[in-house]
Design a protein around this ligand. Structure first.
Ligand code: SF4
Length: 250
């Protein structure tokens, strides 16, 4: 990507003031802000062992061999495994390329997603699109899903039991997609995926691993949070560059 185009994308992220004023592109100061950091990646963290499919007590949906995308989508659409089925307008399965290297995972549908049946729409979705473009990806080149497929009323946080009931659907999406990298956006998604209560700030800038296939997982801020806290867009940009480095080394 040309430096001019990248600056344009960074401007879309609200990071146009990041480039040092008065310094031409390519100067050392600009390079620090513009170029990916070249450093050794940290080791994966020790995380709880993933559940084995078919293990005792595993009644997860979609665990059977041979479940394909249409079947999984149909199962989600008909799901009544938790009470959120009573208040949803529709399920929000996921969107994007079914051969994508990148899987973006958020928390749960909001009001607009519940209406449209697609994750990350509205202003937060537009910012996510800009974040992706900043690392040379389009929305169509990645796959986007949530931990929960149904909207929690009033946009409250998902409960632990709701997340536990719904997570197997995401696990099955991952089994079908086989992504090279997962980008968890926001605290709720990150903590549910990593089964931890560690703060998002401490989960950032590390390579975690998810599931039986040990997919590399990187954590960053949710675009809705970044809209409220634009000062943290710079950290999000660091996370995106970090994730890009990780993906390049898979
Ligand atoms: S949130 Fe998940 S588990 Fe609960 S009803 Fe919706 S699809 Fe089923």
């Amino acid at each position: 990507m040309s430096s001019a185009l990248r600056r344009e994308y960074l401007a879309a992220l609200g990071l146009e003031t990041w480039v040092v004023r008065g310094k031409p592109p390519g100067s050392p100061e600009t390079a620090r802000a513009d170029a990916p950091a070249l450093r050794d990646l940290p080791e994966p963290r020790d995380l709880p062992e993933p559940r084995a499919p078919g293990a005792a007590g595993d009644s997860s949906p979609g665990r059977e061999a041979g479940v394909d995308w249409p079947e999984l989508r149909a199962r989600v659409a008909a799901c009544t495994r938790c009470a959120l089925c009573n208040t949803r307008t529709q399920t929000v399965f996921g969107v994007g390329s079914q051969t994508a290297d990148w899987l973006i995972v958020g928390e749960a549908p909001g009001a607009e997603e519940d209406r449209q049946g697609e994750p990350f729409v509205g202003r937060a979705g537009q910012l996510l699109n800009s974040m992706l473009r900043a690392i040379g990806l389009t929305r169509e080149q990645v796959y986007i899903a949530n931990v929960l497929k149904c909207r929690p009323p009033g946009n409250r946080d998902p409960t632990a039991s709701e997340a536990a009931e719904c997570l197997p659907y995401l696990e099955q999406q991952i089994a079908l997609l086989k992504p090279k990298i997962m980008l968890a956006v926001g605290r709720i998604a990150s903590q549910n995926l990593l089964r931890t209560e560690v703060t998002l700030g401490r989960l950032r800038q590390q390579v975690h691993r998810f599931g039986l296939s040990q997919v590399p997982l990187v954590v960053t801020y949710h675009p809705a949070y970044l809209l409220r806290t634009p000062a943290d867009k710079r950290k999000a940009w660091e996370d995106l560059k970090f994730a890009r480095e990780v993906c390049a080394r898979v």
